[in-house]
Write a protein that binds this ligand. Structure first.
Ligand code: S3P
Length: 424
């Protein structure tokens, strides 16, 4: 689907409630499926990725009713699936489910779409195999064939900071004999640790190490906060469209996810957190954002996992910040739904940005007037499609985004919500 975007001539104003956090939605449905009893999940994401996790839980014998709330009824024991399990575009589904399935008493096969089949799976196959898992892959890519085995705990130090890898190992450890200790170089999102603890798992955290032992999860009611990664497109739009002033309601403020706020504030952004409180072991609050004059910024090192999904839209922000912006240590961005380094660089260049690709990031000179007036590609990547939409708002000439339908992977409501804050 092609989407035409023209320069916006009015500010963003008002309140926005963005949809549920994608990462927490995956975990809520998967963990509830592992508990014996009834769990009610409020505000489950309607994105295609979390729905892929839900469908797989159903294929494993879990009962799920999805009206306003998602009700999960399980005995905690999954059943042998009749068919291959399709993770579609969702890396989180594939990696977390591999951790769950490795210790079951049946065999299963995880497949994905073209993009997911190209993404690296060695990062989970290696630690799970060390725990005793029997996994056959296509040269460390999907399809992943798992023959369920009894697993044993390991002490594993990862060379990358990935919440998907960490969660796969923790989920395997939840059903393995002995103790599993997982250490990562810098903290990645810790939604799994928080929700596992909330559901009664024997789990503890010390610095960047997590220890888990075999435990039963208790069914529970889970309320999912708004997704800061979806809010990011509104945060950046409000910062670059003159006179904007918006409030994003009920957003997850997990410190392992708020890198975008830290960096934007350092760049001079007028951002304020209101009404901070806790819901289901996760910090939540409102974010007020006003149009701001920005200066170039540097993003590197430990903060990278805290804003990894926001880097494409931060590149858009950097085109409107005075001076040089440097993004480095972000090589894993090449392993996402697309190679997000080369793709965002090529598309922003077409629109007139001064941006250079580096092996582990990019360098941007701002502030630049963007000409637009051409077609750009989403590369079947939801976050690129939305980042380019935001760029279109400030281009002098209309742009066309090819493959805009991919936004439904995480944020099917994106355009409708955008209209609400621009047509008041
Ligand atoms: C996610 C972790 C991150 C992130 C992805 C969601 C998760 O991936 O990019 O969108 O829910 O655990 P990595 O763990 O590969 O860094």
């Amino acid at each position: 689907m092609k989407k035409n975007i023209s320069k916006i001539n009015r500010p963003l104003k008002g309140e926005i409630t963005v949809p549920a956090d994608k990462s927490v939605s995956h975990r809520a449905v998967i963990f509830a499926s592992l508990a014996n009893g009834k769990s009610v999940i409020k505000n489950f994401s309607k994105g295609k990725d979390p729905l892929a996790s839900l469908n797989i839980c159903r294929a494993l014998g879990v009962k799920a009713e999805y009206n306003d709330d998602l009700t999960i009824i399980s005995d905690g024991r999954l059943r042998s699936p009749k068919e291959v399990l399709n993770c579609q575009n969702s890396g989180t589904t594939m990696r977390l489910m591999a951790g769950v399935l490795a210790s079951r008493n049946f065999n299963s096969v995880l497949i994905g779409d073209e993009s997911l089949s190209k993404r690296p799976m060695k990062r989970i196959i290696q630690p799970l195999t060390l725990m005793g898992a029997d996994i056959i892959s296509d040269n460390n890519h999907a399809p992943i064939k798992i023959s369920g085995r009894n697993l044993y705990g390991i002490n594993y130090t990862s060379h990358i900071s990935s919440a998907q890898v960490k969660s796969a190992v923790l989920l395997a450890g939840l059903n393995a004999s002995g103790r599993t200790v997982y250490t990562e170089p810098s903290l990645s999102r810790d939604h799994s640790e928080r929700l596992l603890k909330y559901m009664g798992a024997n789990i503890s955290v010390e610095g960047n190490s997590v220890t888990i032992e075999k435990s039963e999860l208790k069914p529970c009611d889970i309320e999912i906060c708004g997704d800061i990664s979806s809010a990011a497109f509104f945060i950046v739009s409000a910062l670059i469209v003159p006179n904007s002033n918006i409030i994003l309601k009920n957003i997850g403020l997990n410190p392992a996810r708020t890198g975008i706020i830290e960096i934007a504030k350092k760049a001079g952004a007028d951002i304020e957190i209101l009404d901070k409180h806790e819901v289901c072991n996760e910090p939540v609050g409102d974010i007020r954002v006003k149009y701001s004059q920005l200066k170039g910024f540097t993003v590197k090192g430990e903060i990278i996992p805290k804003l990894i999904d926001e880097l494409p839209v931060l590149a858009v922000l950097a085109t409107q910040a005075d001076g040089t912006t440097v993004i480095k240590d972000a090589e894993d961005l090449r392993n996402k739904e697309s190679d997000r380094i080369s793709c965002i660089v090529s598309e922003l260049k077409k629109l007139g940005a001064d941006i250079q690709e580096t092996p582990d990031g990019f360098i941007i000179q701002g502030k630049t007037k963007l000409n637009g007036g051409c077609e750009v590609e989403s590369f079947h990547d939801h976050r690129l499609a939305m980042s380019l939409f935001v760029t279109g708002l400030i281009c002098d000439n209309p742009i066309t985004i090819n493959g805009f339908e991919w936004v439904s992977i995480s944020f099917p409501e994106f355009e409708k919500l955008f209209t609400n804050v621009t047509k008041y």
